[in-house]
Design a protein around this ligand. Structure first.
Ligand code: 13P
Length: 252
């Protein structure tokens, strides 16, 4: 059976003290619970990583970053490499979030480079894809996601593909309160699994975790997660509220 995951993407929220306190609360809540089959990941700003890694040590929650540099090391002022992220104790990195694609002009070629560097540093990658509203309205959503996966991921080997989680995040649903219907999510997730199956075989596709992201909240999570190809969620706004985030994990 493939792994279910609920990952919180804090984006650029919470100062250091707030983040450590919040992670401590989430950690304590899950530490006392029996281990279910849902993996919980907190994807925090860089500044929180090493402190939160200490807090999470020996517990059930995993840690991730939200981006990494496209270079290994050197004179790249302001950048943080995948190796540096790994050295904090984090195990995951989000690559290709639509906010990176849109605000920082990250294209498929760059995202492919980042993915390869992250895997080479021993990180697992949550690779994001998803269409903008015009692409959905003109019926291009499937072909857009196909291109993002082919150019961003499909140069990887089958072995590398095992370290990938795909997150489908329709851009029109991110932070807007509009959610894809469970059926829209299922259609895309099934399509993605089919593409992975064509490229890497059915075994690889069947064990691939595919997350939904975009205005996921306690009131809609159970419905979306009930679809057969939806293996959990990548949660933005609702991951900043303890009760909401816990309720979404429990829905999974
Ligand atoms: P929201 O849950 O705030 O819509 O954000 C989704 C997201 O971008 C997660 O990466």
């Amino acid at each position: 059976m493939r792994k279910k995951i609920v990952a919180g993407n804090w984006k650029m929220n919470m100062n250091l003290a707030e983040g450590l306190k919040f992670a401590g609360e989430i950690d304590r809540y899950f530490r006392d619970k029996p281990k279910g089959n849902v993996e919980v990941i907190l994807c925090t700003p860089y500044i929180h990583l090493s402190g939160i890694a200490e807090i999470l040590r020996g517990g059930k929650i995993f840690l991730g970053a939200q981006n990494c540099a496209a270079e290994v090391s050197g004179a790249f002022t302001g950048e943080v490499s995948a190796g540096m992220i790994k050295s904090t104790g984090a195990e995951f990195v989000i690559i290709g979030h639509s906010e990176r694609r849109t605000y920082y002009n990250e294209d498929d070629t760059l995202l492919n480079k980042k993915t390869i560097l992250a895997l080479g540093s021993g990180l697992k990658v949550v690779f994001c894809c998803g269409e903008v509203v015009g692409e959905r309205e003109s019926g291009k959503h499937l072909s857009v996601v196909k291109r993002q996966l082919e150019e961003g991921l499909f140069s990887l080997s089958e072995k590398e593909m095992e370290e990938i989680v795909i997150a489908y995040e329709p851009v029109w649903a991110i932070g807007t309160g509009l959610t894809a219907t469970p059926w829209q999510a299922q259609e895309m997730h099934q399509y993605i699994r089919g593409l992975v199956s064509e490229k890497y075989g059915k075994g690889c596709a069947d064990s691939l975790t595919i997350l939904y992201g975009g205005s996921c909240k306690p009131s809609n999570a159970a419905d979306i997660f009930s679809k057969p190809d939806v293996d959990g969620g990548l949660i933005g706004g609702a991951s900043l509220k303890k009760e909401d985030f816990i309720a979404i994990v429990e829905a999974a």
